[in-house]
Design a protein around this ligand. Structure first.
Ligand code: ZN
Ligand code: ZN
Ligand code: FE
Length: 759
């Protein structure tokens, strides 16, 4: 008997070689019919004798191409159509279906081999790709993912490329990005104004790098600024020109062996470095590494990645082991993608450019991940990961969540899925806002999305808040730390209440103070603030987030009063030189009375009290340097106090006094830092124990930017698990503000709109 089925597969299924894979499978199992891209899904009609169709279904339920990320496979019986063969059909338009936007994939080994094989027609052609690799999100204008809808559209296939495109046995069969030196985009080396430099572009570029020159290189999602990572003069020069004093720079290693020479790499970290997404992985640098100290000053952590575009592979032909590869922008401005913009914005930073004429449709930075306690944690979610959707159960409305003003991402919720955009940037710059509008317009077209409901932060001055308010649709304002915790609940698909611990830098509280050391009882439907760090003065307001000595002064004054001036530690000298007394009086008279429960500011204060860092040259510098020097083997802990009544308030005065006493008695900074990390972990544990007892909850959700601190997160996880708490963390989205949009969307999507579209 002839059996017929239709199958629809959703997720990341287009641009990963799914149709050729289905075609090969159909031929193997002797079934007829067709496969097509439909909207964002793969759609299959298969028919044949019953056993063959069953075997075919079994196989495709359990196997898929390497780049695919499957959300669902649905199969239903259908009427036979008398097909005589199995074919790949052109794409079918369908705007209603749930969509998977394809993600960018690093060059596969086969393509890299083609590029290094003098016999291959792709020899030294860096823009080659196949169904298993190459750019996707960054070149697609609309779905379905077909060449005519991508930046490859202007490049007509030559006869050889066309033959490969049509040959089912070829790796580039139906590869929408197929191209070669004859028909594809061209590579050129230019000076900083865009004038072409003759000769072999990569040989010349290699020579320049060896001389310590700085190059702007067009990659997949934007330009990189690169130089030899072993040449301190070049690295310093790059920092100076890019106006990036201390912030660590990412390093691209020639290959995994080179990375292993300079960094300690676990087997899981190795796997992530080598995977197709090719993210930056935060590794610990070996003491023997001879990379320039200016790559990651004051830190052990090093952001490392491997080459992922053909251009990178060819650059490493020049006997270079490691390149600084940092985003192509001037500090604070958006990533440069256009060739004209490159000349205008980073022409002054670089000595030369490697360009090509394949347009970057959507900017996408490198993703950054960190492995903590055996699990991958996203620090910056962008190339290769965004916008793989996250399942949102009970999503009732179409939500646009506008995210935070810092590390901005937005999130669109549709048909039970949340699409979090790639990392966009900070909205203190007007240019970032413009870029965000363009990226958002792109997503709206790719997802055929029109929001019914907006979500945003509660901060009245956030540009994202103002944007949401201006949309003319109902707006849900979500408290910042509720959003952080909701992002954990959403990505762990947790529907109940949990103890939410948000250790964060800055978030708008609903009581006029700045929150950031928060203990909530939270679900996706609401929250209650059951505890927090005791409020500390923020002398000078927002300036206290930049200048850490201000918070040190506030904490020392709270602990010691006027006696602080006689402590005789270096931090006091620093405070005196800053005219601290005047500032102190202004906080006491209420002129300058902003208060904060922020955990980030506590870390800043301790870093300054120890004399490690008096000013955050980049976000989180003081805390990162405090973590970097910590002796992780220390098991002692400082004292602290928790009030008996709710909201439970944590007072760190005994901690501060303990730190000063240790400092004065000559205990090493590493020891004090380790002890301080133990104390914060101890506070989290103690608070969770108290809340568990009162409320009978033993599930804990951890989030907020302070948990990017690997040592702290490890200590907190260990402590909570030892006491048999069930602990959830962020993994797919960052625990920093990059994850806020998911939390906002998850909360808002549960609200049901009335028939007239209002809340
Ligand atoms: Zn490939
Ligand atoms: Zn060609
Ligand atoms: Fe935050």
């Amino acid at each position: 008997m002839i059996k017929a089925v239709v199958v629809s597969i959703s997720g990341i299924v287009q641009g990963v070689g799914y149709r050729p894979f289905i075609h090969r499978t159909a031929i193997k199992y002797k079934v007829n019919g067709f496969v097509a891209n439909k909207g964002g899904e793969v759609f299959i009609h298969a028919e044949g004798d019953e056993a063959s169709v069953e075997a075919f279904l079994d196989f495709i339920m359990q196997n898929y191409p390497s780049g695919a990320n499957i959300l669902s496979i649905q199969a239903m019986d259908d009427k036979p159509m008398g097909a005589g063969k199995f074919e790949i059909m052109d794409s079918m338009e369908d705007n209603q279906s749930a969509v998977g936007i394809p993600v960018d994939m690093g060059m596969c080994d086969d393509c890299a081999n083609d590029m290094s094989n003098p016999e291959s027609r792709y020899y030294k052609y860096p823009l080659t790709s196949c169904t298993k690799c190459g750019p996707r999100l960054t070149i697609v204008r609309k779905l379905p993912y077909d060449r005519c809808n991508t930046a490859m559209e202007p490049f007509q296939l030559c006869s050889e490329c066309e033959a490969e495109f049509k040959n089912p046995a070829d790796r580039r069969y139906h590869a929408q990005t197929i191209c070669c030196p004859h028909c594809g985009p061209e590579i050129k080396l230019t000076d900083r104004s865009g004038n072409v430099i003759g000769g072999d572009p990569f040989e010349n570029a290699g020579e320049m790098l060896k001389k310590g020159m700085i190059l702007g290189v067009k990659g997949i999602g934007g330009y990189h600024i690169i130089c030899d990572a072993k040449n301190s003069e070049a690295v310093l020069n790059l920092r100076e020109r890019k106006k990036r004093e201390y912030k660590p720079l990412a390093v691209m290693f020639k290959d995994i062996d080179a990375a292993e020479k300079h960094c300690n790499i676990s087997s899981y970290e190795r796997e992530i470095l080598l995977n197709q997404q090719k993210p930056i992985v935060l590794l610990s640098r070996k003491n023997t590494s001879d990379l320039s100290e200016m790559v990651n000053p004051g830190l052990k952590k090093l952001g490392a990645m491997l080459p992922y575009s053909g251009v990178h592979y060819l650059l490493f032909d020049a006997q270079i082991e490691a390149l600084v590869a940092t985003s192509g922008n001037i500090s604070g401005l958006p990533l440069v993608t256009g060739d004209e913009d490159a000349k205008e914005y980073i022409g002054g930073v670089v000595d030369a450019f490697i360009m090509h004429n394949r347009e970057i449709v959507t900017p996408c930075d490198d993703s950054v991940v960190s492995v903590i306690d055996g699990q991958m944690h996203m620090i910056r979610r962008a190339r290769g990961y965004a916008p793989i959707p996250i399942i949102l159960r009970k999503a009732r409305s179409l939500v646009l969540a506008c995210g935070s003003d810092f590390k901005n991402t937005f999130c669109m919720a549709k048909n039970g899925r949340a699409y979090v955009s790639q990392h966009i940037g900070d909205f203190d710059r007007y240019e970032t806002l413009q870029v965000q509008k363009e990226i958002k317009a792109g997503y709206e077209s790719l997802l055929n999305f029109k929001p019914e409901l907006a979500a945003c932060d509660m901060h009245p001055d956030y540009r994202t808040t103002q944007y949401a308010e201006g949309l003319g649709i109902p707006v849900i304002r979500v408290q910042h730390h509720h959003a952080h915790i909701a992002s954990v609940l959403a990505e762990n698909d947790y529907e109940q209440e949990a103890i939410g611990v948000a250790l964060d830098g800055t978030g708008y509280g609903n009581d006029g103070t700045v929150w950031g050391g928060e203990f909530l009882i939270a679900s996706l439907d609401g929250y209650e603030r059951v505890g927090h760090f005791k409020n500390a003065a923020m002398p000078g307001g927002e300036a206290a987030a930049l200048e850490t000595w201000r918070m040190a002064g506030a904490y020392l004054h709270d602990a010691y009063g006027e006696e602080m001036h006689d402590l005789g530690i270096r931090c006091i000298e620093e405070l005196k030189s800053k005219n601290w007394e005047v500032l102190l009086r202004s906080t006491q008279t209420g002129l300058n009375s902003l208060k904060t429960s922020s955990a980030g500011r506590l870390f800043d204060a301790v870093s300054a009290i120890l004399g490690i860092c008096f000013r955050n040259g980049y976000e989180g510098q003081a805390a990162a340097e405090l973590e970097a020097i910590a002796d992780s083997g220390v098991s002692d802990i400082y004292g602290f106090d928790i009030t008996e009544n709710e909201p439970l308030t944590v007072d760190f005065n005994r901690t501060i006094k303990g730190i000063v006493t240790d400092l004065k008695s000559g205990a090493g900074l590493g020891r004090i830092s380790g002890k301080f990390h133990n104390t914060v972990a101890g506070v989290v544990l103690e608070m969770c124990m108290i809340i568990r007892k009162k409320r009978n909850l033993d599930v804990v959700a951890l989030s907020g930017g302070v948990f990017q601190n690997r040592l702290l997160l490890e200590k907190v996880l260990r402590a909570l698990k030892q006491e048999e708490f069930i602990v959830m963390t962020n993994s797919a989205v960052p625990c920093n503000d990059g994850g806020i949009s998911l939390g906002q969307a998850a909360i808002a999507a549960r609200k049901e709109l009335g028939t007239n579209g209002s809340l």
